[in-house]
Design a protein around this ligand. Structure first.
Ligand SMILES: Cc1cc2nc3c(=O)[nH]c(=O)nc-3n(C[C@H](O)[C@H](O)[C@H](O)COP(=O)(O)OP(=O)(O)OC[C@H]3O[C@@H](n4cnc5c(N)ncnc54)[C@H](O)[C@@H]3O)c2cc1C
Length: 367
């Protein structure tokens, strides 16, 4: 496994549970060090992790959506919550939890640098010279700019959002029940800006289509009337690329499979990737274990059958890339149809284009 983040750790756990000896290579010197994510989890992700210690996540009831002129309305759904996470601690916990699943070796400061086909003890596989390691199968869970994809000439992400985030110690004076989401075509063209009251920290960030300059200081200045960050201690500044072009192709070669951001398994519209990294990472681990025992379909087919195609979301992403002028957002912001559409985007993760979702927009069955 290359990469010890959401996809790699979920995949390693499932592969080990399936009876494989697993080695995870992580380029960073510590698991969870400087993660380039806000780390918001959708409820479905939490439902798949029944053992997750409650202290690592904090439920957030809903979304407070702001117009460019800072008008706002609140979005909530009965029985649904998002979860702010202590991301470094969450990834460390996932890494420690690996041993519960089976035989896993974790190597940090271990950067994948290439592999060559080799036969060892009559088994065919891949040899990684930098780690002096032989493996029968290699999974690339090494993020948006995957070295595994590059080395094996697999599909590569080409369409990105670029995000930047500041982390402050303590809580800013914002309502902690909400994720605060800001629409602003000038500061975040093609995407949004946000303030997240996390666990003992506050995260402030924005993302826009790549390439672009990220004016986070201007954003802090703009929202100063709502929350003044000048009194809080800055802890970290981080940034990263979010692949939003949909699944890459191909995602596999002989004995090699990509998963998570490396495979483009991110929602092109909402840019959420953690849930799919966890879910499809686990599926990939199970599929590889069964494949190596001569059971089931090959892992690529299993993954392709389960991964969303994101056809409509990719179309909407292209529209969003053109940017919606602030004046248009202001004009529709108070409109009930706009508010219901926003509800659909934020809360119908499984069926954005389902009949049920659109009935909600147009007020049928209670909306
Ligand atoms: C600013 C920002 C905010 C985001 N916020 C959210 C959010 O709130 N909610 C959400 O669902 N999604 C969010 N995303 C997207 C989400 O973070 C990703 O989809 C998710 O992290 C993908 O997980 P992954 O395991 O596939 O890859 P990554 O988390 O990128 O992990 C890849 C791992 O591989 C390691 N690695 C890389 N190269 C090598 C190598 N050669 N050898 C060994 N190891 C290597 C890296 O060090 C890293 O640990 C955000 C993204 C960004 C950039």
């Amino acid at each position: 496994m290359v990469g010890a983040s959401y996809a790699g750790l979920a995949c390693a756990a499932a592969a080990a549970a399936g009876g494989l000896d697993v080695t995870v290579l992580e380029a960073k010197r510590e698991i969870g060090l400087r993660p380039h994510t806000t780390g918001i989890l959708v409820q479905e992700a939490i439902e798949h992790a029944p053992h997750l210690p409650a202290a690592l996540v904090r439920p957030v009831r809903g979304v407070r959506l702001y117009s460019p002129s800072l008008r706002s309305f609140d979005l909530c759904a009965d029985g649904y919550a998002f979860f702010a996470a202590d991301t470094p601690a969450l990834l460390r916990w996932m890494a420690q939890d690996l041993h519960r699943h089976g035989d896993v070796t974790l190597r940090t400061s271990a950067r994948f640098q290439g592999a060559e086909e080799q036969t060892e003890n009559h088994a065919e596989g891949l040899y990684l010279p930098a780690q002096d390691l032989f493996t029968r199968y290699l999974v690339g869970a090494d993020g948006a700019r995957s070295s595994v994809a590059r080395h094996f000439d697999l599909g590569r992400n080409r369409d990105y959002l670029i995000g930047m985030e500041l982390e402050f110690a303590g809580q800013a004076h914002v309502d902690e029940r909400f994720l605060h989401v800001f629409m602003d075509c000038a500061l975040a063209p093609g995407y949004i800006a946000w303030v997240v009251p996390g666990i003992g920290i506050t995260q402030v960030g924005l993302a826009c289509r790549h390439p672009a300059r990220l004016a986070i200081e201007k954003f802090l200045e703009k929202i100063r009337p709502l929350c003044d960050f000048s009194t809080l201690t800055p802890l970290e500044r981080r940034g990263g690329l979010i692949p939003v072009g949909g699944m890459v192709s191909p995602i596999a070669a002989r004995r090699v499979l990509l998963v998570g951001d490396a495979a483009g398994m991110v929602s092109p519209l909402t840019a959420g990737g953690i849930h799919k990294a966890l879910e499809l990472g686990a599926l990939a681990g199970t599929a590889v274990a069964q494949h190596l025992k001569g059971l089931g379909l090959n892992p690529e087919q299993r993954l392709l059958a389960a991964a969303p195609r994101y056809r409509v979301k990719r179309l909407l992403r292209r529209l969003a890339n053109y940017g919606v002028p602030d004046a248009c957002i202001e004009a529709v912001f108070g409109n009930v149809l706009f508010q219901r559409f926003a509800q659909l985007v934020f809360f119908h993760h499984r069926g954005l284009f389902s009949r049920k979702g659109w009935n909600a927009v147009f007020g049928k069955n209670g909306g």
